[in-house]
Design a protein around this ligand. Sequence first.
Ligand code: 5GP
Length: 190
Amino acid sequence: MKILEEKILTHGKVLPGHVLKVDSFLNHQIDVKLLKAMADELYKEYEGAGVNKILTVEASGIAIATMVADRFDCPLLFAKKHKTSNVAGDVYSVPVHSYTHNRDYNIIVSKSYLNESDVVLIVDDFLANGCALRGLINLVEQAGAKVAGCGIAIEKGFQDGGAALRKDGYKVSSLAIVESMSDDALTFRK
Ligand code: 5GP
């Protein structure tokens, strides 16, 4: 998506550890118009797929996922992060390794909000090694619901999460795929 790529080139900063910082428009300060345009793109991709729920994980996926849910006129459900494995209540739960915090969380959703009649579009801000998406897919599958696909703002194509998920048969739609990045250069996949 051209406008997203341009925004990454002008505002993105490459941090150590292959982290792309885009908090001036995506996951701290939010460029609402840009996120709306991104939601429109994902809507075009999954319109007609029967999506009735959007799922993300707190916190940085929530902004884009909210815009997507508005576009589909359906609820947004976000998985909560719990640090321990002692999760109370009637929930689906799965351990996930956090890329940016380098620690493990259990992510949970209430069984009240996910069931076998749901067709779920999973949305997140970044795709790196795929741990967050695998965790969210696991929650959907525990509930017996269907994964329509994964809509991602920025995929780091030089990490293998996206390729492995596609190989496993999941549809992954990324609005920008970074092919390579260093302190002074960043390229996108065509
Ligand atoms: P994965 O689980 O695919 O390895 O990493 C995806 C998750 O880690 C996303 O939910 C995102 O919050 C975070 N993440 C991974 N890479 C980056 C990055 O380069 N920049 C930022 N801001 N977040 C990232």
